[in-house]
Every structure is written in C-alpha cells, then in structure tokens.
Design a protein around this ligand. Structure first.
Ligand code: GNR
Ligand code: NI
Length: 170
C-alpha cells in the first residue's frame, strides 16, 4: 500500500470529469487500497479518485468512528434525492476551508462493489452529505464552487495563507 498525494485547489486537474471504471482488476484494487490508506491517514471521511489525480468514477468513504466500515463506490449514480440538509463541509483538497452547504437529506445510490456486483445504498445525514460531496469531485467540482463569489474569494485567500504558512514551517 502507498500514500497518494492529494491535489489541492485550485489545481486545474480537480476540474477533470471522471470516466466510468471499465474493469475491476488488480490495478483498481490497488488504487482502492491506496485511496483508503490515504483517506484514513489524512484523516478524512471520504476521498474521490479525482483528488489523487486518477480520473475514474471511484469513491471511498468511511464515516464510522472505528474506521472499519470502508465503503467503495464504483460508477456511483444517484437514483433518488429527498429533502434538504445543511452541513458544515470541509475538503481534503481545500485545507482550512469550511462552509455550510445545502444538499439532499437522503439519497439512493446505485454502484458496483469491488466484486463488480450491483448494489443500492440508501443514505441519509452525514453519509448522504459525503456521497454527494464525493460525487461532485467526479464531475470536476469542489464544494466551494456552489458558494457565493464573496465566500469563494475568502476561501481562496484563506487557502493561499495556509499554503504560505505551510511553506515557511515545512
Ligand atoms: O474528510 C472530509 N470531511 C467532510 C466533512 C463534511 C463534509 C464532507 C466531507 S468529505 C472530506 C474528505 C474529502 O475532501 N472528500 O472529498
Ligand atoms: Ni472533498
């Protein structure tokens, strides 16, 4: 296993639209293992392949306290959305930036698991937030893209400050 480096906003590669996974082979299984390790190490509750510069429709998620409930979504599709919730989101590609985002309260997602078997997941609350957040990465978007321009400008300034500090203290 290996830790992968996470692209940081405004890296233009984060805007890439991911292509469907064509086959579930050893290379894909290794990518999943590496993404999971990278997510747990960060630490984060989700990671989209886009964020590690691999542009296929693959997401890993684990919202459990115990970090032993890994969910691997291959070629996920949202079949249903219901209700509205607001959650203070963060993103591994936007360190130090947090903001409230409105999303569906409940989603039904169809995806392939690592065995290539079709699965359906009904998610609500934080899991639904995370699924929607990750799937947005696959479309080349990050959560601040939907905020007001003022908030986007502030987020970019905050990130620039973070990057500057990180360079000094590195
Ligand atoms: O670790 C993460 N936490 C988080 C918190 C609130 C809403 C969404 C997320 S996902 C984020 C990891 C990440 O950037 N995934 O793309
Ligand atoms: Ni993210």
């Amino acid at each position: 296993m290996a830790l992968l480096s996470i692209l940081r906003y405004p890296d233009p590669r984060l805007k890439t639209i991911a292509k469907p996974v064509e086959k579930i082979d050893d290379a894909l299984r290794r990518l999943v293992a590496d993404m999971a390790e990278t997510m747990y190490e960060a630490p984060g509750i989700g990671l989209a392949a886009t964020q590690v510069d691999v542009h296929v429709r693959l997401v890993v998620i684990d919202i459990s306290e115990t970090k032993d409930q890994l969910l691997v979504l291959i070629n996920p599709e949202i079949l249903e959305r219901e209700g509205v919730q607001t959650y203070e989101e963060g993103c591994l590609s936007l360190p130090t930036v947090y903001d409230k985002v409105e999303r569906a309260q409940r989603v039904v997602v169809r995806y392939l698991d690592l065995e290539g078997k079709e699965q359906t997941l009904a998610a609500e609350g934080l899991l639904a937030v995370c699924v929607q957040h990750e799937m947005e990465h696959l479309e080349g978007h990050v959560f601040i893209d939907n905020l007001s321009l003022l908030k986007q400008t502030r987020a970019k300034a905050k990130l620039a400050k973070f990057v500057k500090r990180a360079r000094i203290t590195a």
